[in-house]
Design a protein around this ligand. Structure first.
Ligand SMILES: [Zn+2]
Length: 228
């Protein structure tokens, strides 16, 4: 008798119990995936055994295991959340953008991963905090590329001077943020913010990929991603 499969009615009762008592409603969309997986497992095999019935009883072990489910994506929209900043820059070599000008930027974030035992991939609060801190450092600043070979940037006393061809800009030091970048383009700013945010967060092993996008005004922007 020990090798006999449990009756189907017992299996159904187990599922109903799991749905009604053990998991929060917010998890149900994920749980549906589990149910499909388990339904395959409880189909009688050629020998008449119900495979993995024990796993159904300990559904949490299966549910929490990384890699069981297709990845999920978290998205933060900087425009909607007010994760924005205003700054000025110029792009050496560009026909129009080589003159000092400004943008209203918005910073977005995407995170790919699997839900942990609490049904959450990563805490939105922590993501927003890291983004806001990164944005704060750039807001209302003159952004200069410290690794540019086309600019001569000199920080002396309370002033920053920038030489570009026959132009020379002089700014108060407190107004300038010299970034470790070759250019202050949307592309390079995305790379910079992604690195800044990734260093600030303690990303859990269930996270597969993180991406940051930055818009120079609405309608145009650049994204970069990092696989973890
Ligand atoms: Zn620009």
């Amino acid at each position: 008798m020990a090798d006999c499969p449990p009756p189907v009615s017992t299996l159904k009762w187990t599922f109903e119990q799991a749905f009604s008592h053990s998991l929060q409603p917010v998890h149900l969309s994920v749980l549906n995936l589990i149910t499909l997986t388990m339904a395959m497992h409880i189909t009688p095999s050629g020998s008449g055994h119900y495979v993995d019935y024990v796993d159904i009883s300990f559904h949490q072990n299966v549910y929490y295991a990384p890699g069981v489910f297709a990845h999920m994506k978290l998205r933060l929209d900087g425009w909607e959340l007010g994760i924005t900043f205003s700054a000025c820059h110029f792009l050496p070599g560009h026909q129009k953008c080589n003159r000092l000008h400004g943008h209203n930027y918005a910073v977005h974030l995407e995170l790919d991963g699997e839900p942990l035992e609490d049904g959450i991939v990563f805490d939105f609060v922590l993501l927003k905090k890291a983004l806001r801190e990164a944005v704060e450092e750039l807001d209302h600043c003159v952004l200069m590329p410290g690794q540019s070979e086309e600019l001569g940037i000199d920080i002396s006393g309370e002033e920053v001077s920038v030489q570009y061809q026959d132009k020379r800009y002089v700014f108060p030091k407190e107004d300038v943020n010299v970034l470790e970048l070759e250019a202050v383009s949307a592309e390079m700013l995305a790379v910079y913010i992604l690195k800044r945010v990734t260093n600030a967060l303690t990303l859990t092993p269930n996270i597969r990929e993180i991406g940051v996008g930055i818009d120079e005004g609405k309608g145009q922007g650049a994204w970069t991603w990092k696989k973890l």
